[in-house]
Design a binder for this molecule. Structure first.
Ligand code: CAA
Length: 248
């Protein structure tokens, strides 16, 4: 069994995912990182860029939307480490379009990646946490799941769904000392946001009371707080990190 605490992070190679891994490794965790198999050796390059040792990270190269093969891969990784202390469901995509122009494919791609995979990833981890009688789950939602966003009917639906899922699971996990929470980032300086047209990014920045995008470190710090000892009495909660863009 791993001597270090183990954290499974989905979408580990992304803008926010990488920073979450960085902070977890600095806090002494071993990472199980899920990566969609695409360009060859993308994950090896990531290890080098992040300055991680091979022993810091175990990769699961699988498409999480494929339920059966992903479940097998996740179970193998958990078994190999012998424990799983933290799960961060971070994987997510956008396919923005106004609803009148949105294709069914844009709808289903976002539902499948952002919501359907929650089942596949969380169930095997949750079962292990029940056995351990201990665990922390943090699901990454979005300010746009809370307030809705023009051009994101698909994405907003999934990010709101993540919050309902987390509140339900928080109730089921509580008796086994499993806390389930949500971090809802605002617009963060990552490729997902900078891929938008420049004038759209500018108009969003103008609406943010703190007048800037979030830094990935600021989102990861909220995740680390929720999984730390200081977060032990927080469950079913949504922590917004959005520069004041939406105040609940
Ligand atoms: N509210 C009301 N009307 C709006 C609007 C808004 N927020 N944004 C655009 N419109 C209007 C435009 O003024 C335009 O009106 P006219 O036709 O009268 O000129 C009309 O809607 C069409 O707008 P676009 O020209 O932008 O339409 P498009 O088809 O070229 O692009 C879009 C549509 C791709 C959705 C584009 O508007 C867009 O990128 N919007 C931003 C979506 C967004 O915020 N995505 C977040 C991505 S990052 C992320 O999701 C991370 C996270 O969690 C925060």
């Amino acid at each position: 069994m791993s001597e270090k605490k183990v954290a499974l992070v989905t979408g580990a190679l992304g803008g926010i995912g990488s920073e979450i891994c960085r902070q977890l490794v600095a806090a002494g965790y071993k990472i199980i990182a899920t990566v969609v198999p695409r360009e060859e050796n993308r994950e090896k390059q990531w290890l080098i860029n992040e300055g991680f040792n091979e022993s810091d990270v175990r990769f699961i190269l699988t498409d999480l939307t494929k339920h059966e093969e992903a479940t097998v891969a996740i179970n193998e990784a958990i078994e190999a480490e012998g424990r799983v202390d933290v799960l961060v469901n971070n994987a997510g995509i956008t396919r923005d379009a106004t609803f009148k122009k949105m294709t069914f494919e844009q709808w289903t791609q976002v539902i499948d990646t952002n919501l359907k995979t929650l089942f596949t990833v969380t169930q095997p981890v949750f079962l292990k946490m029940l056995e351990q009688k201990n665990g922390r789950i943090v699901n990454i939602s979005s300010v746009n799941g809370l307030k809705g966003q023009f051009g994101q009917a698909n994405y907003s639906a999934t990010k709101a769904g993540i919050i309902g899922f987390s509140k339900a699971l928080a109730q089921e996990g509580a008796r086994s000392n499993i806390c389930v929470n949500v971090v809802a980032p605002g617009y963060t300086a990552t490729p997902m946001v900078t891929a938008m047209r420049e004038e759209v990014v500018k108009s969003i920045e103008d609406q943010i009371p703190l007048q800037r995008l979030a830094r990935p470190e600021e989102i990861a710090a909220a995740v680390l707080y929720l999984v730390s000892d200081n977060g032990a009495y927080i469950t079913g909660e949504t922590l917004s990190v959005n520069g004041g863009l939406y105040m609940q």
